[in-house]
Structures are given as C-alpha cells and as structure tokens.
Design a protein around this ligand. Structure first.
Ligand code: BJW
Length: 246
C-alpha cells in the first residue's frame, strides 16, 4: 500500500467529489465486472449490457438483471459504504458522491448527496412512456407498465454501453469546482467516469486520490494511491480526513 501525507492545507479545502465503482460493493458479496471472477467473465457484455443485446434477446437480459436484483436484496452495505456516509455527515463543505454502481448500498448506509450515473437496479423504465418506478421483484416481458399499461416495454433503469450516462452536467460542474477527488473501487476502464480524474487535473487545483484493491489502469494520473480492501482502506482514509487530513 502506497501512502503519502495529504497536503498540509487539506483541512481548509472544502469541496469533495467521490467516484465509486464495483470494488466498493465487492465485500458485500456483489460481483465486480472485470476481476478474475467478474460478471464479464461469465456473461458477454454485448449480449446483456447493450441496447442491441436487449433488442436481440430481452429474456436473457431480464434473467441477468433479475438474478442481480435478487442478489442485491440479500446484500448489505459494508464498512466502506458506512464510512462515506459518515464523511458526508461530517464534511464541512460541498460534498458529492457519484457512483457507477447500480446497487443501493450507499443509500442504505445513509448517503444522501449521491448520483447514480449508470442508473439503479431497483428501478425500471418504460421505453414507451419513459415512466421510471421502483421495482424489487423479477421483471419479464408480460409485466405491464403501471403508468401506461403497455406490456413488453419495461427495461432495467440502467445505462448500457452506447447510452448516455445520467446527471453528467451536474457531475462535470462538481468536478470543475472540487478541491479533493477520490476514486474508489473502479478499474478506470469505462468512460466517461474513467476520464474524471483528467477533467479534475485540467483545472489543476484538486488533490486526487485513488483507493482500490490494486492499481487501476489510470493510477498514474492520481497524486496519491492507497491500495487494499475497501472495507479497510476507506474507513481509515475517512478517519484521516476527518482528523484534519493527517
Ligand atoms: C476492489 C475490491 C475491494 C475489487 N476493495 N477495490 C472513449 C471515451 C468515451 C467513451 C468511450 C470511449 N471508448 C469507448 C467508449 C464508450 C463506452 C466505454 O467506456 N467503453 C469502454 C469499454 C472502453 N462507454 C459508454 O458507452 C458509456 N456511455 C458513453 O460514453 O456515452 C457517451 C458520452 C461520452 C462522453 C461524456 C458523456 C457521454 C456508458 C457506459 C455504461 C457502463 N455500463 C455498465 C453496466 C451498468 C448496468 C449494470 O450494472 O449492469 O456499468 S458496464 C460496467 O462497468 C458497469 C460499471 O459501472 C462500469 C465500471 O466498472 P467498475 O465499477 O470500474 O468495475 P470493474 O469490475 O471494472 O472494476 C472493479 C475494481 O474494483 C477493480 O479495479 C478491482 O481491483 C477493484 N476491487 N475488489 C477495493 N474489495
């Protein structure tokens, strides 16, 4: 694990943006995508995570997300999710948590200033009337939209490859104005999230920290890297921040 002290003026810094990825939920029992046993080693992402795959075989895609929805309902937030909720409560300044995860473990841990840029597994959307609603059970082609009554028009409210991630304007505005950018548990392989650290560096004022099990593809873009399991390194880093950054 590589550790360097934060800049001494960190205590006076006010605006924080945190990006999380699948690694933060791994110790809650939710699979990551690109690790050794990750979801993309078992499923073809072209078939289950693209609009074209859904058009070709909606039953396969529903089965994939139904299984993940069931798994999520059984899962619980871990110490890293709780630590970020604690940080939000005690951070004296702007705070934004941006997650690529479609799980709801941040919310269940108490996070509030949170944006799901890749959507939410416990929501569905009607492709006909665009209504978005909460959904915790299985979804199939016979399920009718509660807003417009159409059957076969519902899909998981998640962002697939080739689709526009959500809340981008708000996210870029926060990145431009932040003093501290943390990237936690993400491989840095999927854009636009993988490009956030470069956006922050372009402005040139924020301290940037990667917290991950191992170095991500873009680790050299970060000023600091802390490596280990999220349930250990995130609570420790949050304690360090709340104690004035030492
Ligand atoms: C631990 C740990 C532990 C393990 N503790 N750590 C160039 C520029 C711009 C776009 C593109 C580009 N080239 C290609 C594109 C398009 C494409 C893309 O990026 N493709 C790449 C494969 C190259 N991107 C898109 O299509 C996106 N849309 C888009 O770009 O629109 C245009 C646009 C452009 C510019 C601005 C705005 C818009 C959409 C991407 C949608 C991604 N969707 C998915 C599925 C969501 C639904 C679902 O969950 O099923 O999102 S794919 C999947 O990957 C999921 C994740 O959110 C995402 C990122 O994965 P993540 O979280 O990083 O997981 P892993 O598994 O990769 O990494 C886990 C990490 O955790 C590892 O590093 C481990 O070491 C670590 N770890 N255990 C700490 N215990």
């Amino acid at each position: 694990m590589r550790r360097r002290p934060l800049p001494t003026d960190m205590a006076s810094k006010k605006s924080i943006v945190i990006l999380t990825g699948a690694g933060i939920s791994a110790e809650s029992g939710l699979g990551t995508f690109r690790d050794k046993d990750g979801l993309w080693t078992k499923y073809d992402l072209e078939e289950v995570a693209t609009p074209q795959g859904f058009a070709r075989n909606p039953v396969l895609v529903h089965d994939f997300y139904n299984a993940r929805r069931r798994n999520l309902i059984e899962a619980a937030p871990n110490a890293a999710h709780y630590a970020l909720a604690e940080l939000e409560k005690n951070w004296d300044g702007d705070f934004l948590l941006v997650t690529q995860n479609v799980d709801d473990l941040h919310e269940r841990a108490g996070s509030e200033r949170l944006l799901h840029m890749h959507g939410e597994l416990l929501k569905i959307r009607c492709e006909r009337c665009q209504d978005v609603g909460r959904w915790t059970g299985d979804l199939d082609l016979a399920t009718a939209c509660t807003a417009c009554g159409t059957s076969g028009s519902l899909r998981p409210h998640v962002v697939w490859f080739g689709e526009m991630p959500l809340h981008m304007e708000e996210i870029y505005a926060a990145l431009e104005n932040c003093d501290l950018f943390l990237s936690i548990g993400t491989s840095g392989q999927v854009y636009p999230a993988a490009g956030f650290v470069a956006e922050v560096r372009k402005v040139g004022r924020a301290h940037t920290v990667e917290l991950n099990l191992e170095r991500s593809d873009g680790y050299s873009l970060f000023a600091e890297g802390i490596y280990g399991p999220a349930t250990e390194i995130v609570p420790a880093y949050v304690r360090r921040l709340l104690n004035g950054g030492i």
